[in-house]
Design a protein around this ligand. Structure first.
Ligand code: XLS
Ligand code: NI
Ligand code: NI
Length: 435
């Protein structure tokens, strides 16, 4: 059956087009900064938001009209496979991402669950071959089921740790079978509510043990995906262990895991942590840890993970700038971890949300192209740090000086003078590039 029968393949029609179901800026084959747009921006659709969300909120049930519900959970799961591949094909997006729990329903026990997964994975594999679509990453949902009430790898209950290990083991096998490019850990309930009852050292050491076992198993089965950790500061727990990029990098370094992992940076998680999107991307990038992106945005007035489609050109442009400075995302991609607002309940709205996000990233890429051509940021940085190019500054950077020399320099220096940043002018100039 055709699930989106009213929608034809979304094509580039240019900025003047009035057709809602068309790209105005995303022109996949267009060359920007030496590469095709689609190579700069390897988009992915998130199974959980697009196929599974029903649009409920704490005050009311779901509103989303979807035509893939079947008689049994397995029927629905099978219909969803057909629906997502139709969606990817019509949207002209190459990648998708999923949690184990998104694709197949839980059985009465682990064995039955794995059987359900295998059955659905066979269907996915078939559709991937037919359509050429690819798996950007998969992950394990170790937060929804009540067994994860106290965490997964950080649970106080070793049986839950073991169950989680079995789940990730299966996830790695599935990732390998489907040729997944990355494997993601978002530490859903890996955090704590209160130190009154928490052994933080044991919990974080256990997470590290868990990660090591995952890396070892992937090697054993020759699954060469890039492992990614997705930082998030709060929600659901008060103190999430992977607070932000810096905290997560420190955790990986402490436990000797830095070379086995990179980060999946989500825009709304960065802002929840009190950072900008580009801040967390930059922290990851300068540490050689920028792996992939969960594209979305928070609402400026709401303090939680609202997972809106990214339409803010300002923050997206600064984000794309970091991708370009990173030399691209390599194995990573741009996954729309974004959902429709409850009021956008028609099934076609799923296209419109993705088109809005994709066009925003495309416009951002074009803005970055102009910024790079003008050496906008390069000139600012060059000028601002010029004192490190010559004289004492050059010596500091080359590691050719010490405190005694620096004291001597300071004692003789009659001319210490700072310059104004003129940040207001810079911000106003940046606006010229955005619209
Ligand atoms: C939740 C996370 C989640 C991860 C995948 O806030 O963003 O959706 O991306 O588990
Ligand atoms: Ni995410
Ligand atoms: Ni999120």
């Amino acid at each position: 059956m055709e699930y989106f029968s009213k929608v034809k393949k979304i094509a580039y029609e240019g900025p003047k087009s009035k057709n809602l179901f068309a790209y105005k800026y995303y022109n996949p084959e267009e060359i920007v900064l030496g590469k095709k747009m689609k190579e700069h921006l390897p988009f992915a659709v998130a199974y959980w938001h697009t196929m599974v969300q029903e649009g409920g909120d704490p005050f009311g049930p779901g509103t989303f009209q979807r035509n893939w519900f079947g008689k049994t959970p397995m029927d629905t799961a099978k219909n969803r496979v057909d629906a997502i591949f139709e969606f990817l094909t019509k949207l002209d997006v190459e990648y998708f991402c999923f949690h184990d729990a998104d694709i197949a329903p839980q059985g009465g026990n682990l064995k039955e669950t794995n059987k359900n997964i295998d059955e659905i994975v066979s269907l996915i594999e078939k559709r991937m071959k037919e359509t050429g679509k690819r798996l950007l990453w998969n992950t394990a949902n170790m937060f929804s089921d009540p067994r994860f009430v106290h965490g997964a790898a950080s649970s106080n209950n070793a049986d839950v740790f073991a169950h989680s290990a079995a789940q990730v083991k299966k996830g790695l096998e599935v990732g390998k079978r489907l040729g997944g490019k990355n494997y993601v850990f978002w530490g859903g309930r890996e955090g704590y509510e209160s130190l009154l009852n928490t052994d933080m050292k044991l919990e974080t050491d256990n997470i590290a043990r868990f990660m090591k076992m995952a890396v070892d198993y992937a090697k054993e089965i020759k699954f060469d995906a890039q492992f990614l950790i997705e930082p998030k500061p709060k929600e659901p727990t008060t103190h999430q262990y992977d607070f932000d990029a810096a905290t997560t990098i420190a955790f990986l370094a402490t436990h000797g895991l830095q070379k086995d992992f990179k980060l999946n940076i989500e825009a709304n998680h960065a802002t929840l942590a009190g950072h900008t999107f580009d801040h967390d991307l930059c922290v990851a990038r300068i540490n050689g840890m920028l792996g992939s992106i969960d594209a979305n945005q928070g609402h400026v007035l709401l303090g939680w993970d609202t997972d809106e489609f990214p339409t803010d050109l300002y923050s997206t442009t600064l984000g794309v700038y970091q991708i370009i400075e990173n030399g691209g995302l390599h194995k990573g991609g741009i996954n729309f971890d974004a959902k429709m607002r409850r009021g956008s309940f028609e099934q076609d709205d799923l296209f419109l949300g993705h088109i809005a996000g994709i066009d925003t990233y495309a416009r951002a890429l074009k803005a970055v192209e102009k910024l790079k051509k003008d050496k906008f940021f390069e000139d600012i940085i060059d000028k601002r740090y010029a004192s490190y190019k010559t004289g004492i500054g050059a010596k500091i950077v080359a590691g050719q000086t010490d405190f005694k020399q620096l004291e001597e320099y300071a004692l003789n220096n009659k001319n210490l003078k700072n310059e104004s940043d003129r940040l207001e002018t810079l911000k106003a100039k940046l606006n010229d590039y955005l619209y």
